[in-house]
Structures are given as structure tokens and as C-alpha cells.
Design a protein around this ligand. Structure first.
Ligand SMILES: NC(=O)C1=CN([C@@H]2O[C@H](COP(=O)(O)OP(=O)(O)OC[C@H]3O[C@@H](n4cnc5c(N)ncnc54)[C@H](O)[C@@H]3O)[C@@H](O)[C@H]2O)C=CC1
Ligand SMILES: O=C([O-])CC(=O)C(=O)O
Length: 258
């Protein structure tokens, strides 16, 4: 897209959804996409700062754990950063956790909610099945462990099944629409819109973290805490911090070096 078309596309936007970039092939991690997608995201965010600095930004391009910090740095440099307006889209992790839980607990998926916290890659994706609703006592510790792993590996499962033809494009379109719609409802003043998203956060010591977020007229109204965690979830939380921290630092370093 030429720069004048980008200006035309972005001018006056209230919400910008960024799915641009390359998807994984089997055997790749999301971080393997960094070298190509980091530059794409940086250019798009530079244009957002210029043409629609007040827009909410929904970052889909991987590795989300790094592309969101890149966007934040670009906006800071441009003097337009507002942490309330930048979101990493982790809705697909919630969609997967709900689907897998509903199957195992034998409940209607449309009634299910499962918070998913942390980040959006492998073990940084931490579903909190102990807080799933409707609650069930039917799942053993082993089953919870298996559901957690399947949620963490859901993207990889799709990449392998597509065997070189891309990643979860279609389910991401659904998840992106759900999250974008929630952002628009918030902007329009609809109350009690809560979704999980990877945002600037003080929930842990990490500067970016996914958790439940209340959406409103300014974007993020409130970043909600983690609630009570089981021992298994506490261990998952500690285990993810190292990888998430280095992915954040990698994004920040890229944005400031180039
Ligand atoms: N956050 C999430 O849950 C998910 C993230 N993804 C990520 O989303 C991204 C896109 O995945 P897919 O839609 O499956 O790939 P795709 O290959 O189907 O689509 C990518 C699109 O990006 C466009 N594009 C490439 N370079 C561009 C540039 N410089 N400027 C503007 N547009 C550009 C391409 O023309 C193409 O239309 C990947 O990075 C993928 O890893 C995918 C699924 C889930
Ligand atoms: O796994 C991938 O490469 C795409 C993605 O982020 C997902 O499906 O969750």
C-alpha cells in the first residue's frame, strides 16, 4: 500500500486493527516472525501516529508479545502514546479455552467464560480454568493440565494442520471481530464491556500483561487483577515471566534501535 493510500485508510479512524504481516509455517515459533513483522508493525504505527493518533489500536500481528511494546515505543517517540488505547488481541486464546472447556465439561460453549492471562505465545498463554464459568467439579487435575496445554498450543496445532498454508486466519477473523466490536461498544459508552487483552499493566512486575480489561469511552477503563489462582496456575504464572519479559525487551530494543 502506498503512503497516500495508508493516509486515506487511516485518516479519522477511531479503531485500527492490525493483522498485517507473515504467518508461521510448521516448526516456527511466533518469535521467528519478529524479523519481518516488527518492521511492518513499526511502519504502520508510525502512520497511525501521523494520521489517526487518537485511534484505538488492536494488534494482531505476531509476535504479539513484542509487537505491542514496539507500537508503544513508536507512539512514545511520536508523542502520541496513550496506554489506554493500545491492545494486543488475545481473544483467540479465550475462544480456544472456552471451546476446549465446554467440550470437556459438557456445557454449552455460548454460556462459558474463561479468563486467559499472560501473553500470546506458548507457555505465556495462561488460561485460568479455576475461574471458568459455569464452574464444574468434573475436571481432574490431569484434565486441567491437558486443557491448559491444548490452549497454549492451539495456534501451533492449526499451523501444523495447515501444513505451510498459513495460520489460524479464519478463527482470528472471528476473534478479531469479537474484540473490535467490544472496543467499539466501549467507545460508544456501553457499560460493563470486559475482555481479556494484552495491555500496559501493573498486575505483575512486567510492563505488558494480558488480563481482563474493562473497556470504555477512552479505551482501557480499568485493568482487572488476576483473582485467586490455584497452585498450578501460580506455577504457570511464574514460569511464563522470563519469556514474556525478554519478548517485551526485544520489542523495545528494536523500536529504539531502528
Ligand atoms: N493474535 C492472534 O491471535 C493471531 C495472530 N495472527 C497473526 O496475524 C498475522 C497475519 O496472519 P494471517 O492473516 O493468517 O496471514 P495472511 O498471510 O493470510 O495475511 C497477512 C496479510 O498481511 C498483508 N501484509 C503483508 N505485508 C504487509 C505490509 N507491509 N503492510 C500491510 N499489509 C501487509 C498481506 O498482504 C496479507 O493480506 C500473522 O502475523 C499471524 O501470526 C494470526 C492468527 C491469530
Ligand atoms: O499461532 C499462530 O502463529 C497464529 C496465532 O497467533 C494463533 O493462532 O494463536
Amino acid at each position: 500500500m502506498a503512503d497516500d493510500q495508508l493516509a486515506e485508510a487511516l485518516d479519522g479512524a477511531d479503531l485500527v486493527i492490525i493483522p498485517a504481516g507473515v504467518p508461521r509455517k510448521p516448526g516456527m515459533t511466533r518469535d521467528d516472525l519478529f524479523n519481518i513483522n516488527a518492521g511492518i508493525v513499526k511502519n504502520l504505527c508510525t502512520a497511525i501516529a501521523k494520521y489517526c493518533p487518537n485511534a484505538l489500536v488492536n494488534m494482531i500481528s505476531n509476535p504479539v508479545n513484542s509487537t505491542v511494546p514496539i507500537a508503544a515505543e513508536v507512539f512514545k517517540k511520536a508523542g502520541t502514546y496513550d496506554e489506554k488505547r493500545l491492545f494486543g488481541v488475545t481473544t483467540l486464546d479465550v475462544v480456544r479455552a472456552r471451546t476446549f472447556y465446554a467440550g470437556k465439561a459438557n456445557v454449552d460453549v455460548n454460556t462459558v467464560d474463561v479468563p486467559v492471562v499472560g501473553g500470546h505465545a506458548g507457555i505465556t498463554i495462561l488460561p485460568l480454568f479455576s475461574q471458568a464459568t459455569p464452574s464444574t467439579n468434573a475436571l481432574s487435575a490431569e484434565e486441567i493440565k491437558a486443557l491448559t496445554k491444548r490452549t497454549q498450543e492451539g495456534g501451533t496445532e492449526v499451523v501444523e494442520a495447515k501444513a505451510g498454508k498459513g495460520s489460524a486466519t479464519l478463527s482470528m477473523a472471528y476473534a478479531g471481530a469479537v474484540f473490535g466490536d467490544a472496543c467499539l461498544k466501549g467507545l460508544n459508552g456501553v457499560p460493563d464491556i470486559v475482555e481479556c487483552s494484552y495491555v500496559q499493566s501493573t498486575v505483575t512486575e512486567l510492563p505488558f500483561f494480558a488480563s481482563k480489561v474493562r473497556l470504555g469511552k477512552n479505551g482501557v477503563e480499568e485493568v482487572l487483577g488476576l483473582g485467586q489462582l490455584t497452585q498450578f496456575e501460580k506455577e504457570g504464572l511464574e514460569a511464563l515471566k522470563g519469556e514474556l519479559k525478554s519478548s517485551i525487551e526485544k520489542g523495545v530494543a528494536f523500536a529504539n534501535a531502528s
